[in-house]
Design a protein around this ligand. Structure first.
Ligand code: FAD
Length: 354
């Protein structure tokens, strides 16, 4: 058996690319610490980008108004000078202290990172697809169009089923139909929740016979001799069963947060949250700090503003951990030429008249 590739070595790893994790990258950068950032979602921004991208936020200091998506983008832009390495679409499954004091992280996708310090900014948990409530679903349901066949075009001419009622589900059905697959859209009821333009496109594709729709539940399946999906049994609202040929069932019921593996990493927890010291944001594991919605300490409030404060203090603690014995000085971004160099900005000339 081939040996696993050597892990990526880094000074810092941040678990979670929500507002806490993104600002953590910036704060670590001010201490000259470059970070790798891992998130289960395929994009950065955490709850802001996933749950309320278009909703306004009014309580970010000095930013009277911005949307969730805009905040995520601004935080990424602010962290960009420190060139973080993003590992998106990957859930961290394991965190294990090593004999030399470093921490080995392993994602479900097999990426391994060996970090000298870790900041957990996991919010309410990793956002993972909501499971289709069908017995043995894991044997044949897919939630993302990755894996085999590798491209959409490979589904051309194949019978495929897409389950779901929102824009994501409909757009997946459109992509597969555009690629020439024989698409059946399934949902448990007739009424769908997608935007008007997607509903219009669906109506047009149904009228053209390019997408079929059945309001019903998946109640069974059949595999072929090679173990691949061959057909689905779909039971409609009247209780009538349909045998539906299908090589793929792509389900989309949205995402839900899952605290999941984090609870098994040996960290002290209180009511499903990481217990931290509110001065250092240290967890119970040496070298591991935590910030944002995932932490608890006396007086904790789940606000972005509080996560920013926590990230600033955690960065000082991480720097002290990486440079033991060194006094970590507080410097202002306004005046420190050292910070200007790290940020890649020109230092203003002092003493010049305006
Ligand atoms: C509708 C709504 C409106 C809100 N409005 C406001 C507001 O106006 N003002 C305000 O201050 N707050 C608001 N909040 C709260 C705010 O969004 C949260 O406090 C904030 O998102 C917490 O940031 P975070 O980075 O700690 O966690 P999150 O935003 O939850 O991000 C955590 C990230 O970590 C990832 N993750 C978790 N575990 C793993 C793992 N094992 N592996 C890989 N990735 C992992 C998740 O996928 C997620 O992307 C609102 C929340 C909601 C739901």
């Amino acid at each position: 058996m081939a040996a696993a590739p050597a892990p990526i070595e880094t000074d810092a790893a941040v678990i979670g690319a929500g507002p806490a994790g993104l600002f953590q990258v910036f704060q670590l950068g001010l201490h000259g610490i470059r970070a790798h950032v891992i998130d289960a979602l395929p994009h950065a921004g955490g709850q802001c980008a996933e749950l309320y991208p278009d909703k306004p936020i009014y309580d970010i200091p000095a930013l009277p108004f911005c949307t969730g998506q805009e905040l995520a983008e601004r935080l990424q832009r602010q962290a960009a000078p420190f060139a973080p390495v993003y590992h998106l679409g990957q859930e961290v499954a394991a965190l294990a202290p090593q004999a030399d004091g470093r921490l080995l992280l392993e994602t479900m996708g097999g990426t391994r990172l060996l970090a000298r310090t870790v900041v957990i900014a996991a919010g309410v948990g990793a956002f993972v697809p909501r499971a289709l409530p069908v017995p043995q679903a894991e044997a044949f349901v897919r939630y993302h169009l990755d894996g085999e066949p590798a491209t959409l075009a490979d589904w051309a001419g194949q019978p495929v089923a897409v389950y779901g009622d929102d824009d994501v589900a409909l757009e997946r059905a459109f992509h597969l139909a555009d690629a020439g697959a024989h698409v059946t859209l399934l949902y448990r009821r007739e009424v769908l929740q997608a935007a008007p333009h997607n509903m219009e496109r669906l109506a047009a594709l149904r009228a053209a016979g390019r997408i079929h729709f059945i309001a019903g539940q998946v109640t069974g399946h059949a595999l072929d001799a090679s173990g691949q999906l061959a057909a689905l049994r779909v039971t409609d609202a009247e209780g009538t069963e349909h045998a539906l040929p299908a090589r793929l069932l792509l389900a989309w019921l949205g995402l839900s947060p899952r605290l999941g593996p984090l609870a098994h990493w040996g960290l002290a927890m209180e009511r499903k949250q990481l217990a931290v010291d509110a001065a250092s944001f240290a967890t119970s594991l040496p070298g591991v700090f935590a910030v944002g919605d995932v932490v608890t300490y006396p007086g904790k409030r789940k606000l972005i503003l509080c996560a920013f404060h926590e990230a600033a203090l955690a960065a000082f603690s991480a720097a002290e951990h990486l440079r033991p014995g060194e006094k970590i000085a507080l410097q202002y971004t306004t005046t420190s030429t050292h910070l200007h160099a790290l940020l890649g900005v020109a230092s203003p000339q002092h003493g010049t008249a305006a």
